[in-house]
Design a protein around this ligand. Structure first.
Ligand code: ZN
Length: 451
């Protein structure tokens, strides 16, 4: 048996693939658990994982022989792995960055390369490539302006949905320039095959008609500025709506059960770089910028937002009050970042920026954490009922877990320094996560030398 293992290891190494040797059972012992099913903590627990799922949680569980033991020493905290529900993932390095930041689920909202949607996702699922579970949306638009797949007619829309289904996509993401007829066809065909419609404001409709027409999720907070909130005629285009507009949005979202992407840091980051090349240059000197792909580094440096006119500070402040009100009203929120497309937001690290922004906006730390755990879990459960459940620590849930040194409900900063991450039952301790990060820097250093 042992020699067979060695042979197998040699085979995998010769193929350049990591050997995902994982014991059958992992036992987290002496851990405090934040189940995130409600605002409560369970002290000094044992959590047993096998077959990629949480099998048992208790204070008196016995640990089976041969189990791998992860000892929390009575002080470490175990919580659901985090989710970033608005990313654009192009490479395996970006998957590694997400994982190293405690992210075990990500939603790619368009532009993922075919290889990522197809074989790389499959390799992650097998354990050959370290990364989060990735849900993907196919982005469609009515014009080629933003480079998305163009669906000009209802027939093209239905064809695009079938194509997306056949190629493993999970959602259709609608973009600004669609016609009402194409939008309606996307929703209808999407219902037929099980691909829910999410995304931006469609200018020919506006959010209210989109939601009434079947769109289940809004991909940015700022979309409400473009088509939901009423602004007085002739108002400064960068001014914010009156706060008295917020209750109408809450009523509408509550009535329709719409999920909103709470990407506050995204808009704040866009606002912070208006007219400020120095701000972008300072971001490029941050430690997390070392992990940027050279192409992203160039894109950040040339940020188009820097050259736009007018301050967005009033609008950013309004969106902070808006998202705080949404959370207090119980509107389902999911954290998202748009990383790394927005200069200043690096894959993985951006989620922690967003969580900090939500806390500063007035959400409780439990509310903040819910946007990156139970919120995304509930959203996927309702839109992709076949998918394995995640987002809470509970029996039968997918074993997507994050181990940290302190209680995140006392300090969300602890989430930035994982003691380990379990993704789909595969355990990555702090040293393994650091090795993933170091390997990215080493690869980029090699790329520079060879140029
Ligand atoms: Zn995006």
């Amino acid at each position: 048996m042992t020699s067979f293992r060695v042979l197998l290891a040699a085979l995998f190494l010769s193929l350049g693939m990591p050997l995902a040797a994982q014991p059958a059972v992992t036992a987290f012992v002496r851990v405090n658990v934040l189940p995130m099913d409600s605002e409560r903590a369970l002290r000094n627990q044992t959590v047993l994982v096998s077959d990629g799922r949480v099998q048992a949680i208790g204070s008196r569980l016995s640990v089976p022989d041969g189990a791998r033991i992860v000892d929390g020493g009575g002080t470490a905290w175990l919580l659901p792995g985090l989710a970033d529900m608005h990313v654009h993932v192009g490479t395996r390095d970006e998957l590694a960055l997400l994982l190293a930041n405690g992210i075990t689920t990500a939603l790619d909202l368009g532009e993922a390369p075919n290889a990522m949607v197809g074989r790389t996702r499959a390799a992650v699922a097998r354990g050959d490539v370290p990364g989060p579970r990735l849900f993907v949306a196919l982005a469609v638009d009515g014009s080629p302006r933003y480079g998305h797949l163009v669906v000009a007619t209802p027939e093209a829309a239905r064809w695009a949905v079938r194509l997306a289904k056949a190629n493993g996509y999970d959602f259709i993401k609608v973009y600004n320039g669609l016609s009402p007829e194409a939008f309606a066809a996307l929703v209808a065909e999407g219902r037929e095959v099980g691909l829910p419609v999410v995304g931006h404001t469609v200018e020919s409709l506006g959010l209210e008609r989109q939601i009434a027409g079947g769109q289940v999720m809004v991909a940015h907070l700022e979309e409400f500025l473009y088509s939901f909130f009423r602004v007085p005629e002739g108002a400064d285009p960068n001014s914010a709506p009156a706060d008295s507009e917020i209750p109408r949005a809450i009523d509408y979202l509550r009535r329709t059960g719409t999920v909103v992407t709470a990407d506050l840091a995204t808009y704040q980051t866009i606002a912070a770089q208006r007219g400020r090349q120095d701000v972008v240059d300072a971001w490029l000197r941050l430690p997390e910028a070392r992990y940027l792909a050279p192409s992203d580094r160039i894109a950040w440096r040339g940020s188009g937002y820097v050259r736009r006119e007018g301050s967005l500070a009033t609008r950013a402040a309004f969106l902070a009050r808006f998202v705080d009100a949404l959370a207090d009203a119980g509107i389902p929120l999911i954290s998202g970042t748009d990383a790394p497309t927005i200069p200043g937001l690096a894959s993985g690290f951006a989620l922690h920026r967003n969580l900090a922004a939500l806390e500063a906006a007035g959400l409780s730390r439990y509310q903040v954490l819910a946007t990156a755990t139970r919120g995304p879990g509930a959203f996927i459960a309702s839109t992709n009922p076949e998918a394995e459940r995640f987002g809470t620590v509970a029996m039968g849930q997918r074993a997507d877990l994050l181990l940290v040194a302190a209680n995140p409900l006392d300090d969300l900063g602890t989430l930035q320094r994982p003691l380990g991450v379990m993704a789909g039952g595969r355990w990555h301790d702090a040293a393994a996560l650091q090795a993933l990060l170091d390997a990215i820097i080493a690869r980029y250093a090699g790329a520079t030398l060879s140029q």
